[in-house]
Design a protein around this ligand. Structure first.
Ligand code: FES
Length: 819
């Protein structure tokens, strides 16, 4: 390949007016034509469309191109499209370089055509510099384990598990509670069809329990996950139930004799259960368990009345948690959400007034299977309430109390509840206080009309506070009716707080186990909000239900079906094409120091330090973050497709002209680059002086890249990546941080202001912050003096020449090895 004549084709996209509206694409094309090894430079109206792709293929053949540069939208959107396109024309897909002149240029410099054009020319120049050094890569084939893990046994998890099992795949369904069913099992009726929630869910729960291909792991949690797409190894803790669920016949004798009385969580505390209990009558698995936290004790056994009463002898008070390990090819996360707790801020006197209840408590009070067998009574005196108020958006759509987002289901849930009350008591007076009613789904408006026709009053305005009459326990609600602009007062028997949804408290832990990220609302972040809405950014992991965002039952089931279908596509492949971006070791240079093995987040580097046999890469485990290559002080590791030579060529191309004007910005593919894309999509404007260099992870950014940028005259360098804890390569960016620390010290020692190197963690959801950082960097750039830049260039060049003569291996090695 080294002797091959380079023939590069550059394709500059207008993207209609999306790019051509603020960039002179013809000028960009002409400038690309003059770059070294460019054989042909072409402008397309829409490069990604069929005619655009056909043109690329035609030019590859006609001009015998062996490298292709596409300058269009973000590679995060269409890199795979163009890789496929060049592959169809007979080129290795890794001989394509795609670069963004839309999200990172035309959309963020909408009103400065001259600067945007100048920047676009640089962007193409940087891409061509990299393309000249691209090498063909080959994706390895990875066998796929035909089994799936579904985490969460609510309606979404149930649906996903059934769909996958029906499609012929082995499924492990892990549910942390003693029964599957989730929040849907606690609801009375569902909107808009008003059918009984447990009547529609119960049969599905039973299908799960008896499906031959579903291994239901109730009362269990996922402890750890290792491996990668197609080959995950999962460690699951099965908590001791102390009752053998395969033998228990639900006779209930254990509960009859159990002396411990506790509030029944399923009934929202309106009734009690024993320490020996079943989660709810329709529970799956249908079996009792012992609540050991409240049992009188098993060390030594203090009571054991349940054991004596159990005819099946299926109680073992000395049972232990069990650890099970399973291997799966795909994972569906369906852990659902929490309901907002108004007690946190004592909203509307929730903790003070007995007759202020939440919408979840209302579900149990009106349910035939609830503590009052469906007779709606108010908690203070068990009388039937005649005047009931609903307050909407409790914990939702507010910046200072609860969460800023709309919880999506509360409006329709209240509409449903109002009709349920009317079914029980047509004379009941119901008033709903709201900001605006969101009835956007199929059949929703119709249900709202039915509620209004039944006499339910909808008052636009949220009460400021509620007072209680200490004698009657009635509630006085004062509200400004914003439709009439009048202050109104209501005397109500009971108030229902329509509480919103929020991410589960336990989600953080699961995120760290699965290496997932969250959006600013705290729910899980998708690989792409529109085009890959059920995929996690980590390959092989999918989302179903409210773990991704608040949604109703129908949408949860729909998303579960989609996640199962996406998983099934993966599981049906006998082998997967793995990433070609992997580390390779030059054994001649490697001195077996073991640093690469220490920094690799995947344990993909194996080094026998004593045998000095050189580092070995476990290719299937290598995820391609590049941390090993950045930390290796012997230059013994090459990151395929992100080699030192390629990145250094990009830096040099970026700084060839007017380096004092440019800010070199290293962005990691998954977070900070994506944040740049979001800034572009949102048309957030910032100065055009930055030049972006993408690496898969910030962990790849070698010290030498940053020093080279300063040597070539960059006034400011930004190193950016995912927030700590969010790195898509587990902990790789911790090494980025250490490296930056080390560099700041080094710069200081050399007499260079350390502030000229900035480090920022930017999540994919932080487009606005990305734009703000770009503005701040430009302010910083303007303060770097010409003398400072000249001095930096000189000392770093001297330092490099010296290091080339006498490598300072010992010193560097000690630093990395210390950690
Ligand atoms: Fe973003 Fe590692 S992937 S810092």
């Amino acid at each position: 390949m080294a002797e091959e004549e380079l023939r590069i084709g550059v394709f500059v996209c207008d993207c209609g007016l999306n790019i051509a509206g603020s960039v002179d694409t013809e000028e960009v094309r002409l400038s690309a034509e003059k770059l070294p090894d460019v054989t042909v430079s072409v402008r397309n109206r829409y490069t990604c469309a069929d005619p655009g792709q056909a043109e690329i293929k035609r030019y590859i053949k006609e001009y015998n191109l062996n490298r292709v540069v596409v300058a269009s939208c973000t590679p995060r959107l269409h890199e795979s499209t163009f890789r496929k396109c060049v592959e169809d024309a007979g080129l290795n897909p890794y001989l394509l370089e795609m670069t963004s002149i839309r999200e990172h240029c035309s959309w963020v410099h909408l009103y400065d055509r001259e600067s945007a054009t100048k920047k676009a020319k640089d962007i193409v120049k940087i891409a061509v510099a990299r393309a000249r050094l691209l090498q063909p890569q080959h994706e390895m084939e990875i066998p796929v384990t035909d089994a799936a893990l579904v985490i969460g046994g609510g309606v979404a998890g149930i649906q996903a598990a059934l769909d996958l099992a029906d499609a012929g795949h082995q499924v492990y369904l892990v549910e942390e509670k003693p029964s599957i069913g989730g929040i849907m099992a606690e609801l009375d009726k569902t909107f808009p069809t008003m059918d009984c929630s447990i009547c529609v869910l119960g049969p599905k729960m039973m299908d799960v329990g008896r499906h031959p291909r579903i291994n239901l792991m109730d009362y269990s949690t996922v402890e750890s996950v290792s491996g990668y797409v197609g080959n995950f190894k999962v460690r699951i803790r099965r908590k001791a139930r102390y009752v053998d669920e395969t033998v228990c016949n639900v006779c209930g004798k254990c509960a009859e004799v159990c002396p411990v009385v506790l509030p029944d969580e399923f009934q929202q505390g309106f009734s009690s259960r024993k320490a020996a209990y079943i989660a709810f009558p329709q529970a799956v698995p249908s079996a009792f368990l012992i609540d050991m936290e409240h049992c009188l004790g098993n060390k030594p056994v203090a009571c054991a009345k349940c054991m004596d009463a159990c005819e099946k002898k299926c109680i073992d008070l000395h049972a232990q948690d069990r650890i099970t390990e399973v291997e799966v090819g795909a994972i569906i996360v369906a852990t659902g959400m929490d309901v907002y707790d108004p007690a946190q801020l004592d909203e509307y006197g929730y903790t003070l007034f007995e007759n202020v209840i939440t919408s979840m408590e209302f579900e149990r009070l009106i349910c035939g299977g609830g503590p009052t067998e469906g007779h709606l009574v108010r908690p203070s005196d068990h009388k039937t309430p005649k005047r009931i108020g609903f307050i909407q958006c409790v914990g939702s759509r507010t910046e200072n109390r609860g969460n800023p987002y709309c919880s999506n289901v509360c409006c329709m849930n209240t509409v449903k509840d109002s009709l349920l009350i009317k079914e029980h008591d047509p004379e009941a007076e119901i008033v709903v206080f709201y900001m605006d009613i969101r009835a956007f789904g199929k059949g929703f408006e119709d249900l709202l009309r039915r509620s209004r026709d039944a006499g339910v009053r909808y008052i636009r305005g949220l009460p400021g506070e509620i007072r209680e009459d200490p004698v009657t326990k009635n509630l006085l609600v004062k509200v400004e009716n914003t439709t009439t602009s009048r202050i109104e007062q209501y005397d109500l028997d009971m108030v229902v707080l329509s509480v919103g949804m929020e991410p589960k408290a336990s989600l953080k832990k699961l995120m760290s186990v699965l290496n997932l990220s969250q959006t600013s609302d705290g729910f899980l972040m998708e690989a792409h909000p529109k085009l890959r809405p059920v995929d996690a950014p980590t390959p092989g992991i999918f989302y179903a239900g409210c773990v991704e965002a608040p949604k109703d039952i129908k949408d949860s089931v729909t998303q579960a079906g989609a996640a199962a279908a996406r998983s099934s596509i993966l599981l049906n492949s006998a082998v997967l094409k793995g990433e070609a971006i992997k580390a390779i070791v030059d054994l001649e240079k490697c001195n077996s120091c073991g640093v690469c093995a220490r920094v690799c987040p995947y344990g993909a580097m194996k080094v026998d330090i004593k045998a000095k046999s050189g580092a070995q890469v476990v290719a299937a485990a290598c995820a391609g973050c590049g941390t090993c290559a950045a930390e290796c002080r012997f230059d013994a590791i090459t990151m395929q497709h992100f080699s030192d030579a390629q990145v250094l060529a990009q830096i040099e191309a970026a700084l060839e002209n007017d380096p004092e004007q440019k800010i070199i910005t290293f962005l990691c593919n998954w977070c900070s680059y994506a944040a740049g894309d979001l800034a572009g999509v949102s048309r957030m404007q910032f100065p055009p002086n930055n030049r972006f260099i993408r690496t898969m992870c910030s962990g790849r950014v070698d010290e030498s890249f940053i020093l080279r940028a300063f040597e070539k005259g960059a006034p400011v360098v930004l190193l950016s990546g995912c927030h700590l804890g969010d790195c898509h390569y587990i902990s790789a960016n911790h090494w980025t941080m250490r490296r930056a620390d080390k560099l700041w010290n080094k710069l200081e020692k050399l007499g260079i202001r350390p502030e000229r190197l900035q480090l920022e963690w930017i999540s994919a959801a932080e487009g606005a912050r990305f734009a703000q950082i770009m503005r701040e960097l430009e302010e910083m750039r303007q303060k770097v003096t010409v003398d400072e830049m000249a001095y930096g260039r000189k000392v770093i060049a001297e330092q490099r020449r010296k290091a080339e003569k006498e490598p300072e291996v010992e010193d560097e090695l000690t630093d990395a090895a210390k950690v």
